[in-house]
Design a protein around this ligand. Structure first.
Ligand SMILES: Nc1nc2c(ncn2[C@@H]2O[C@H](COP(=O)(O)OP(=O)(O)OP(=O)(O)O)[C@@H](O)[C@H]2O)c(=O)[nH]1
Ligand SMILES: [Mg+2]
Length: 250
């Protein structure tokens, strides 16, 4: 078989390669640490370890830069990445977006921990800006739920309960019951750090840089960008308003 014919036949096996994010839809990627329950078990404080979180924020920063993202959000072992609806990154190819985001997160965390770790990745396609707001509010609600559950679970475990006993005690309990459990042990859920309850946002922020024109000696003002790591995100409708700032009025 001629090489060109073979090439064409073999390329035709790449059946998903032509899949692209629909024009004008917002791509949102979510990478998630593979088997991190096991990986973090002996290495990090429970339920939250600032060192683990800082490594996740650092990986989020790499993703913001590498993928030219608008907004990156991290909680627990996952990172969500919002791209511009007009993005032309990797020609909007699903396979490229998913594989490069997983590879970037895996490399960043492996370097940070000096251990081989892996991330999976998935692509959500939000057809309108309302769905983008819903998506990020959903992940933030997940952060709040996991934070309360994690604190309750590990508080009980530290009191000597087994996995099964702690899980059974918490099964079917509502928000206020769990709050009360912590409160009786001197932990006020409201006073826990914002990054634990609501996750963290990583995004570009513009600022004015005042300088001096060496020729004229006059003061100059330039608009620059820097990466902001927001560890105290707003919640509820305030979070939705905050997110709208990334959507350019769409
Ligand atoms: N000790 C510790 N563990 C953490 C911290 N943040 C996240 N984790 C762990 O990361 C896990 C994330 O949950 P999942 O993604 O559902 O679990 P997983 O084991 O990674 O499973 P897969 O993602 O399906 O591979 C949590 O259950 C915790 O065990 C932290 O600050 N400290
Ligand atoms: Mg995971």
């Amino acid at each position: 078989m001629k090489f060109d014919a073979l090439e064409e036949r073999m390329r035709s096996l790449e059946v998903y390669h032509s899949l692209r994010v629909l024009p004008q839809a917002w791509p949102i990627l979510r990478v998630d640490g593979r088997n991190f329950s096991k990986f973090t078990e002996k290495r990090f404080q429970k339920p939250f370890d600032p060192a683990f979180h800082q490594a996740m924020v650092q990986a989020s920063t790499r993703l913001l830069e590498e993928l030219h993202a608008l907004y990156v959000y991290t909680e627990s072992d996952e990172i969500s990445i919002l791209l511009d609806r007009e993005t032309r990154l990797f020609d909007r190819e699903h396979e490229k977006l998913v594989s490069i985001s997983a590879a970037t997160a895996s490399a960043a965390l492996s370097l940070a921990f000096q251990a081989e770790v892996h991330f999976d990745s998935r692509l959500c396609v939000a057809a309108n800006s309302g769905l983008v707001l819903d998506y990020f509010q959903w992940r933030q609600a997940d952060a709040a739920r996991c934070c309360l559950n994690g604190w309750c679970y590990w508080t009980l475990r530290q009191e000597g309960l087994t996995v099964r006993e702690a899980t059974r005690q918490l099964h079917g309990r509502n928000f206020s019951w769990k709050n009360e459990l912590l409160f009786q042990r001197g932990i006020n859920f409201n006073d826990l750090p914002g990054w634990q309850k609501r996750g963290s946002g990583i995004y570009w922020q513009e600022y004015e840089k005042i300088g001096c024109n060496p020729l004229t000696g006059t003061e100059t003002c330039a608009i620059r960008r820097r990466i902001h790591k927001d560890e105290d995100l707003p919640m509820g409708s305030d979070y939705a308003e905050f997110l709208k700032g990334f959507l350019g009025g769409a």
